[in-house]
Design a protein around this ligand. Structure first.
Ligand SMILES: *Cc1c(COP(=O)(O)O)cnc(C)c1O
Length: 454
């Protein structure tokens, strides 16, 4: 079979293979890579997933996107190594379920994407006999997800910069207690300063020999892993009839998670409706309604902090999938098929007050502990089912993207107890921390890079 090519959503860069898209991240025209054709699965293939483990489903999905790009046995080994944790499906009410993507090493759904991207990068780098240094600036969660995902890989080193005093103790320890190929810098500055240093290093030709790369969320290597859990949850919760279908609700910020779901739908997963639940940063529901797109600038500071986004970076991919063109600034030069998009997708903005009330109600009514992001998703599902009078037997799945114990203050305030830490986050306080401190100065940072990595 011929391999799938990947094009840039800005349409001004050449088509590339999967491994090139993976190692480049952003296309040279600043667009995002998208598969030129979306592979499909037959109803029988999808049915067979009910008897497969998570990593086996991941293997089947990846295989479709990576035809001719990786050996089957090697791919199988990578997915097996990446997905060694549980994905609990908890019942809320009626046939409505809650998919918990919070059991990975950093208790965030970002583990699913980061772990597989790390392993795939490592695989291709190794084949080309290259090394890679991943530079990441973090305000907390992304850095720890990347550091944990790449921990122990042979050909990739990771350097994470965090602003001192701006990350929580727990977030810092998730990065600084790892060691091996993971190095951490506490910068005397703000998150924006960390990001500026990283950016300057990327564009510094004198550092070309260090093979710097980023692992940011727009990488196609992070998108494909996020298709898998939609297939998985459906395979576990479907009744087995040919007519089975499902409604998904996804708490969304930069829209990577929901793009995984939309791709799953295009691969023929019978998704009846896709609910994109956002917080008070409501640029997308407004766009879906009116067809006019306006960023929310500056973004509103809502409880579901990982979803406080000015302009969802993956939106260009959704627009592309529906035949339109949107550049990295959010400007649309060709309108997508809004009717088709509205057919497939419903979107709702959830206020902080509603987020709080939903955490409270879900716990009171059916013992479900939600954190703010998951609460936005669940509330979106409730609103949709009410507005469209969805039958109580309809299978619905809402995604939980982080563990409640990552938001102890919010949970204590609303539910009056401190949620128990997941195993992956336990015992951190006893582990030894190792990190360097650096002033906010590019030349000093550059010297650090050349001293340590040349
Ligand atoms: C990153 C994140 C989101 C948003 O995911 P996107 O793919 O950016 O839409 C939601 N919840 C949590 C807890 C996150 O960390």
């Amino acid at each position: 079979m011929e391999s799938i090519k990947y094009y840039s959503t800005n349409l001004k860069a050449g088509e590339v293979t999967f491994s090139e898209a993976l190692l480049k991240g952003l296309a040279p025209d600043r667009g995002l890579y998208m598969p030129k054709t979306i592979p499909t699965l037959t109803a029988d293939e999808i049915k067979s997933f009910s008897n497969k483990e998570y990593y086996q489903i991941a293997f089947e999905v990846f295989k479709k996107f990576l035809v001719g790009q990786i050996d089957d046995n090697e791919l199988l080994a990578l997915v097996k190594d990446a997905y060694n944790f549980k994905i609990p499906l908890e019942k809320g009410i009626d046939n409505k379920f809650f998919m918990r993507l919070d059991q990975g090493p950093t208790a965030s759904f970002k583990d699913f994407a980061a772990r597989m991207m790390g392993r795939l990068m490592n695989y291709y780098i190794q084949k080309e006999n290259r090394k890679l240094l991943i530079l990441t600036a973090t305000s907390g969660d992304t850095g720890s997800a990347i550091a944990n995902a790449f921990y122990g890989l042979d050909n990739i080193k990771v350097l994470v910069l965090f602003p001192d005093g701006e990350v929580t103790d727990r977030q810092r320890k998730q990065m600084t207690t790892l060691g091996e190929n993971i190095q951490i810098i506490s910068l005397n500055g703000k998150f924006d300063d960390c990001q500026a240093l990283v950016k300057e290093a990327f564009s510094d030709p004198e550092l070309d020999d260090l093979n710097l790369s980023s692992a940011n969320s727009i990488n196609i290597g992070r998108l494909i892993p996020q298709i898998v859990y939609y297939f998985y949850s459906f395979s576990r919760l479907r009744s087995g009839k040919d007519s089975d279908d499902v409604i998904f609700s996804v708490p969304s910020g930069n829209f990577g998670d929901m793009m995984g779901g939309v791709l799953a739908k295009h691969m023929r997963l019978p998704i009846k409706k896709f609910i994109i639940s956002v917080n008070e940063n409501d640029e997308f529901p407004a766009f879906l309604k009116t067809g006019f797109y306006n960023k929310i600038e500056p973004s509103k500071n809502c409880l579901s902090s990982a979803m406080n986004v000015v302009h969802p970076s993956n939106l260009a991919r959704l627009v592309a999938l529906y035949g339109g063109v949107m550049n990295e600034k959010g400007e649309i030069s060709k309108a997508p098929d809004m009717e088709q998009m509205r057919n497939d997708i419903y979107s709702v903005s959830v206020t902080d007050q509603e987020t709080n009330e939903m955490i409270h109600d879900a716990y009171d009514e059916y013992d479900l502990i939600l954190e703010p992001h998951g609460s936005v998703g669940w509330k979106g599902l409730m609103d949709y089912c009410k507005e469209y009078n969805i039958h109580k037997d309809q299978l619905c799945i809402s995604l939980e993207t982080a563990h409640p114990a990552k938001f102890p203050n919010e949970i204590i305030k609303i539910l009056k107890f401190d949620p128990k830490l997941p195993e992956s986050l336990q015992g951190l306080e006893h582990k030894e921390e190792k990190f360097d401190t650096l002033e906010n100065d590019y030349l000093k940072f550059k010297k650090y890079l050349t001293n340590n990595y040349r």
